[in-house]
Design a protein around this ligand. Structure first.
Ligand code: MG
Length: 239
């Protein structure tokens, strides 16, 4: 199977003993392929590799889909990375276009081909949307406070799809996992998916009508284990 999972609140979330169980399960099954799919920039994913039992991902999709690298070499996956780069107007152009939008504060995090902001109740989200459209970029609003500007049509789901096509992943062998609204595109790919127990309610609601999306009772890693069992990727777990 191919587990394409969000990190914060999902693969890194949940009960510590279930995290260990999931990580060891992956480590003990070399046929499992792991794809990290995160909103973080690549530089803030790398320290996670020091965590106990942390399995090595085969691929990393970071920056909410804007960066796609091989897990071992950390080299860009081509031609996917170049195709994304072509759609990106650049940070400078974006910052100057957004000067007219109130209440935006840049997030001080490492990132590439993506600009992240905090917004507040002074922010005119409609105006923000219009500016993003003028820049031929996408806007993703998440958790009631985060605004992300991304290359047009680039998101976690689109990058995972390109990766799956390039490497011939079989659709029915893919399980996607997430907990917040920026994971929605993963579920919209049509692959099997798990919304973990601690997911934000907005995500629970909008994925309600999607087929093959399992809503786990357990949080984070525990929810992923639950779904792996539900979709018969693994044998039933002990109670
Ligand atoms: Mg998350």
């Amino acid at each position: 199977m191919i587990l394409a999972t969000d990190l914060d609140g999902t693969f890194l979330g949940g009960d510590p003993s279930q995290k260990t169980e999931l990580y060891q399960l992956i480590n003990n099954h070399p046929s499992f392929q792991l794809v990290f799919v995160s909103g973080r920039g690549l530089a803030s994913i790398l320290p996670l590799f020091e965590e106990a039992f942390m399995p090595s991902p085969h691929y990393i999709i970071s920056d909410v889909g804007a960066t796609v690298v091989h897990g071992y070499s950390l080299q860009p996956v081509e031609p996917i990375q170049s195709l994304i780069e072509e759609k990106w107007p650049g940070r400078e152009k974006i910052n100057s276009a957004l000067e007219c939008v109130k209440g935006l504060r840049p997030q001080d995090v490492p990132q590439q081909r993506r600009c992240s902001f905090y917004y507040d109740d002074k922010t005119d989200l409609h105006q923000l949307r219009l500016v993003a459209e003028e820049l031929h970029c996408d806007l993703i609003i998440s958790a009631g406070k985060y605004a992300d500007i991304l290359p047009k049509g680039v998101n976690k789901g689109s990058s995972l799809r390109m990766l799956a096509t390039q490497y011939g992943f079989s659709d029915d062998q893919i399980l996607v996992a997430g907990d917040t609204f920026n994971d929605l595109s993963l579920f919209e790919t049509g692959y099997k998916g798990v919304v973990v127990g601690n997911a934000e309610s907005g995500l629970q609601e909008v994925t309600m009508h999607l087929p093959d999306v399992y809503r786990a009772r357990k949080d984070g890693a525990g929810g992923i284990l639950e779904a792996m069992q539900y979709f018969s990727f693994i044998r039933p777990l002990r109670a």
